[in-house]
Ligand binder design. Sequence first.
Ligand code: BGC
Length: 456
Amino acid sequence: MYYVIGVSAIAALAGLLFGFDTGIISGALLFIERDIQLSTGMKELIVSSVLLGAMFGSLASGSLTDRFGRRRLMLVISGLFIFGTLIATLATTVYMILVGRLFIGLAIGIGSYTAPLYIAEVSPVNLRGALVSLNQLAITIGILCSYLINYSFTNTEGSWRLMFGIGIIPAILLSVGMLLLPESPRWLVKRKLLDQAKHTLRQLRRTDNVSDEIADIQNSLRVKQASFREIFSANIRPVLFLGAMLGLIQQVTGINTIIYYAPTIFQLAGFQDASSSILATVGIGVVNVLATIFAVFMLDKLGRRPLLLSGLTGMGISLLGLSLAFFSNIGSSILPWIAMSCTFSYIICFAFSLGAILWLMVSEIFPLEVRATAMGIAVFSCWFWNFVVSSTFLTLLDAVGPGGAFMIYALLCAASFVFCYYKAPETTGVTLEQIEQNIRNGLPLREIGNMASETA
Ligand code: BGC
């Protein structure tokens, strides 16, 4: 068991890099501006170049993971991380920063698809949920590390280079780690490399008796790969829509305006210097990790829907509070604290709901035969909307002020609540095969997680 946990933890380093490289920009931006003159548009582009790369990366992921194998692709990802980090760290112009961040983004996009897939494929059934969620936990730990590094380099000359550069350490760890890890047994069977697959499974399961699992993999591979047309068939279309909507909802409710721009928001709320607003941001990173740990343990106990709906409610109320605090121009001594409390409660509510649930649900709701493409579409939707929101946030701030901007995200939260209330299924405790059966039987989205007896 420890071996497979170790294997998953090494693969989850890709999640850590995802969190680190998306989070580091919030602090680095404040310091890049000191060295290089930046317009609002250019600042938005620096933040969103990673997301552009991630969008392309996620689109290509399905076919790349099948063609090259999960392990080899993870090695390529770590190489991309190292290459992009070097360019961004040594950049002498803003364009070099953009190119470096674009490569890092490619790696993040491919990694956000491949790491959970690899972990799911090496995990034994009884540990799969926990081990896949390890990836979201790694994302939040990566974000926290980036905030801590932002904070510790606050007074260092040329600190943004160090902030970017430190990302090379987990990237090297990932590449060395992946060299030591086995290829996914599922991919090996698919490639008809049966001896290697058996050897790997024996290593992972610590037993010689792996013939049943090999037979299961062979059976599941008999399901034909769906053609593009079948993916849009009447029964599959609704789940595809649900996946794409969950990706959209995770982003348009504003999470990354806080994750990427928290120090900027805190400065707007009245925290005077860069270092105290970065310190408040570290607090955000801590509660994000803690609430994600809570989610990992509670998702199977309390169920997806209660967490999703209560999380969205809390997020909406927090955003409303944040908006009203900015609108009402409360005395400058209270505003920073109100802004901070609303931001903290928002993050907690996101982490125990949408944060973990998006990645979990997109791995649960798609029938096996369309999973690769459908999951790719949902992951792409998440990165696309992340790009839209993050690249317009500063412009929105200029246009309608922080009060107006957070009011818009609060309204989007309310609309998302209504959508999830009517459409999100409860998938706790039901097998993936049953979900697939319900979809084929044409059940409405909200009921695709029903147990067999409920659907009869
Ligand atoms: C989201 C990221 C977000 C992170 C925050 C992830 O699930 O996809 O966009 O930055 O959670 O913890």
